[in-house]
Write a new protein. Structure first.
Length: 123
């Protein structure tokens, strides 16, 4: 699905530090923890807790955030609808990465088991 250039530009300029507290409030409201949220972020990006805190303190944009990330090789397993868009069909790379994170946070808040959220592949 195509997003508008305005939508994609907003994703580029949006600050991770302004969205993180909303992610945290969302998951905590549903009985999940900050540690679980950080585990999800680490799985997606490779960032440990200290790095996430540093990026929040530096007030980085989502563009900078994802430019520094090493996306999990199983990121392609994140599928489904988020904010009205099918995440696997989003053409803009940065917008897709932001929506991957949104999708994982939604799954955490909805009570999905962590091994399912982290796309643990059993052999």
């Amino acid at each position: 699905m195509n997003t508008t250039s305005n939508h994609d530009e907003r994703m580029t300029k949006m600050k991770f530090s302004s969205v993180f507290p909303m992610y945290l409030a969302k998951v905590e409201k549903k009985g999940r923890s900050k540690d679980e949220l950080l585990q999800v972020i680490q799985w997606l990006t490779g960032f440990d807790q200290q790095t996430v805190n540093d990026l929040i303190d530096k007030n980085v944009t989502f563009e900078d955030f994802f430019n520094r990330a090493n996306l999990n090789p199983n990121v392609h397993l994140i599928t489904g609808l988020i904010c009205g868009y099918r995440v696997e069909d989003i053409e803009n790379s940065l917008t897709q990465k932001v929506r991957y994170l949104d999708k994982l946070v939604d799954e955490l808040a909805k009570g999905r088991k962590m091994d399912k959220i982290l796309r643990t592949i059993k052999s």
